[in-house]
Write a protein that binds this ligand. Structure first.
Ligand code: PSU
Ligand code: MN
Length: 307
């Protein structure tokens, strides 16, 4: 790998070389998923939580055409404040690298770069999925197709109900992506611990989850990603029926304003934060913290199985 294409922060490279646990973190959530300054505070705090749980954090972004694995505080600030940072999914990586541009990576692109660097565990807030109305718009996140082909375990709080959760789960089944819920029989819907849909499979705690990572890649030789849904802590949850009205309002203004393509998810996230007067942002921050801790604990247990 040409060093001008991918740059791994020394602390991350050392941990990887020593077989120590590393957790990847995405950057679309910083540049396009939350307002400033909460986005930069969140990114900084989440790295500290990963460390406190025994792993090394590696926030991923493309900066001036270089795929960066692990960022400095200045680089995090830049992603949280700079205008014109592209939202980068997998198909955008070659263009950003070739033109030396700057992009914040989605779950899909973060998985791809994490895998290039040898990182197997990744924490985020929510993954993308099948959008409501996808039968006519064809709008299905590349996060799902990336999960099918890239061996990284993604810890999220499930899928926001701005998406079609039932059809997202169907799609992941078709793509052969293992989906497991941590500690619950219900599939969570980001702000809520439930979605009205059952967990496809359930495991309880980091050791059991790490055993499934090991089974997937090391025992069965599968090359897929793994979707780990980690329900928001009960104290932080917004019940599904309370958030539903705000999500419906966001979807209505999406239609009215004719927003399509890559702008859909950032637009909806912003509208829900505005609609709830910031309450959804508080829940969002809480679930990201929770996912970072769980992901670090899984990475620690998985490293033991490999060591
Ligand atoms: N869902 C959230 N918050 C987010 C995202 C999704 O609750 O910030 C971001 C993630 O980076 C995810 C991306 O990978 O949006 C999906 O975008 P799209 O639907 O355009 O694939
Ligand atoms: Mn889309």
């Amino acid at each position: 790998m040409n060093t001008t294409t991918i740059s791994v922060l020394p602390a991350v490279a050392e941990a990887l070389a020593a077989g120590q646990p590393v957790v990847a973190l995405e950057s679309t959530i910083i540049s396009h998923g939350m307002p400033y300054p909460q986005n930069v505070e969140m990114a900084t705090e989440v790295e500290a939580i990963v460390r406190a749980n025994g792993a090394t954090p590696a926030t991923i972004a493309v900066l001036d055409g270089v795929c960066c694995v692990g960022l400095s505080p200045e680089q995090l600030e830049r992603l949280g404040t700079e205008q014109g940072v592209f939202k980068a999914t997998t198909r955008d990586l070659p263009w950003l690298v070739a033109t030396r541009r700057t992009g914040a990576t989605t779950v899909a692109a973060t998985m791809r770069v994490a895998a290039l660097a040898g990182i197997r565990v990744f924490a985020t807030g929510g993954i993308g999925g099948v959008h409501r109305g996808a039968a006519t718009t064809f709008d299905v996140s590349a996060d799902l197709t990336e999960l099918a082909v890239t061996p990284v375990a993604v810890v999220s709080a499930g899928i926001k109900s701005i998406l079609d959760i039932r059809h997202t789960l169907e799609r992941m089944e078709t793509l052969g992506v293992p989906v497991v819920v941590n500690g619950s029989d219900d599939f969570p819907s980001f702000y809520s611990r439930t979605s009205g849909l059952p967990a496809p499979r359930r495991l309880d705690g980091p050791a059991e989850l790490a055993a499934m990572l090991h089974a997937t890649w090391n025992q069965l030789g599968m090359a897929t990603g793994i979707s780990i849904a980690n329900p928001i802590p009960a104290a932080d949850e917004i019940p599904a029926d309370e958030i539903a009205a705000f999500i419906d309002e966001a979807l209505r203004s999406l239609d009215e304003q004719g927003i399509t393509g890559q702008d859909v998810t950032p637009f909806l996230l912003k509208r829900v934060v505005e609609g709830t007067g910031g309450r959804s942002l508080v829940a969002n921050l809480a679930l990201v913290r929770n996912n970072a801790a769980t992901a670090a604990q899984i990475a620690v247990e998985y490293a033991k199985l490999l060591g």
